[in-house]
Design a protein around this ligand. Structure first.
Ligand code: KG4
Ligand code: ZN
Length: 348
């Protein structure tokens, strides 16, 4: 009797992400090559609230998840039967949003009898630096690696000595870096999401126009951005007591704020690099799309810096599929199977 043949060839993982306001699905080959990356953003729907409105987010995920997954398979020219495993964001995130993606993934896994992996959204952001769209993203990051996650919900410095291994060094004590961009953009009367708006406004501004505070928090690997946000608010009140944003030197304020954030992020990463002797640096999460930050990281740090492609900095499912690939191929899957539940407050 012939023994069943082991499947040869690349491993393809279908990733699903619905932790916040993006409904996303993607297929990634061997953890490094995105064959498709579909992201349905709800940003416009939340813009008038200046942030994500959870009830609207979960309803919208329900409306589009089915077609987003179909589109991801179709763009990859694959069917569910060709997929080796399914990876889904299990947390952290908005409960009503997470549950939509998880239930979709469970249904697909059950129907197709594929393995299912529950992925931490922050682990996903880290693995976004391994992935390229249409081609792999340069050389793979080398361990030990110092990683900085800068997103709307998190600012974390993490030491990775190997795949799927995380030693948290520190993180924000108050606002996350992206949250600070969003809140300051709102103060300046700029559109949500604030990061891209501030980056654009800052292009024509002078980063030295205003002297804003930098919270170095010496002796820790933590961050704090709420004092900076308050300093911007005080400047605004002094410049436009009637709170009319049209009277503000918006470009100079945006550039000075952006410079203060970049100084601290790059400065503390450099210090941690000296202390822990990591070989390389990886920066991921929505704020890693910031042009000023990318330029300064490449210019100031003396080791190779890995960044995700721009399209994979903000939330996407290719990063979830990439993390899923390493959990699948390294056989490290503590969070798997149909019985798993969402984990809205899950730390890395
Ligand atoms: O990673 P992400 O998509 O969602 C979370 O997991 O939170 O990050 C979203 C955050 C938002 O706060 C947004 O303002 C910020 O990333 N962001 C940026 C830029 N693009 C997005 N911040 C600074 N500069 C950018 N170009
Ligand atoms: Zn994210």
């Amino acid at each position: 009797m012939m023994s069943p043949r082991k499947k040869l060839g690349p491993a393809r993982i279908l990733g699903i992400e619905t932790s916040c306001d993006e409904t996303a699905a993607a297929v990634v080959e061997d953890g490094r090559l995105a064959l498709s990356n579909v992201v349905a953003s709800q940003a416009e729907m939340h813009a008038k609230y200046g942030g994500v409105f959870p009830e609207i987010a979960s309803r919208q995920h329900i409306k589009v998840i089915d077609s987003v997954v179909k589109e991801a398979l179709s763009q990859a020219h694959l069917e569910l039967a060709d997929i080796d495993a399914i990876a889904v964001t299990r947390g952290p995130g908005l409960p009503g949003s997470l549950v939509v993606g998880l239930n979709m993934a469970k249904g697909l896994a059950l129907g197709s009898r594929k393995p299912l992996y529950g992925i931490n959204h922050l682990e996903g952001h880290l693995y976004s630096a391994w992935v390229g769209l249409g081609e792999v993203n340069g050389n793979p990051p080398q361990f030990p690696l110092l990683a900085l996650i800068v997103s709307g919900g998190h600012t974390e410095l993490v030491l990775m000595k190997d795949h799927l291994s995380y030693q948290r060094l520190g993180g924000t004590l108050d606002d996350a870096a992206g949250e600070a961009f969003d809140k300051v953009a709102r103060l300046l009367g700029l559109a949500y999401p604030g990061g891209p708006s501030i980056q654009k406004a800052a292009e024509s501004g002078n980063p030295a126009a205003f002297s804003l505070p930098r919270a170095w928090l010496p002796g820790t690997w933590d961050f704090s951005f709420s004092g900076l946000k308050t300093a911007v608010l005080h400047q605004i009140r002094a410049l436009a007591p009637d709170e009319d944003p049209s009277k503000l030197p918006t470009a100079d304020l945006a550039a000075s704020f952006q410079e203060a954030v970049v100084d601290v992020l790059v400065g503390k990463t450099q210090k941690a690099l000296d202390e822990f002797g990591a070989k390389e640096v990886l920066v991921a999460g929505g704020v890693s799309a910031n042009k000023a930050l990318r330029t300064r990281l490449q210019a100031d740090l003396k080791v190779p810096v890995h960044l995700p492609p721009l399209a994979l900095c903000t939330d996407n499912a290719a990063m979830i599929a990439a993390a899923g690939y390493y959990r699948h191929s390294l056989k490290r899957a503590p969070f798997s199977g149909l019985e798993m539940d969402i984990e809205p407050g899950w730390a890395l």
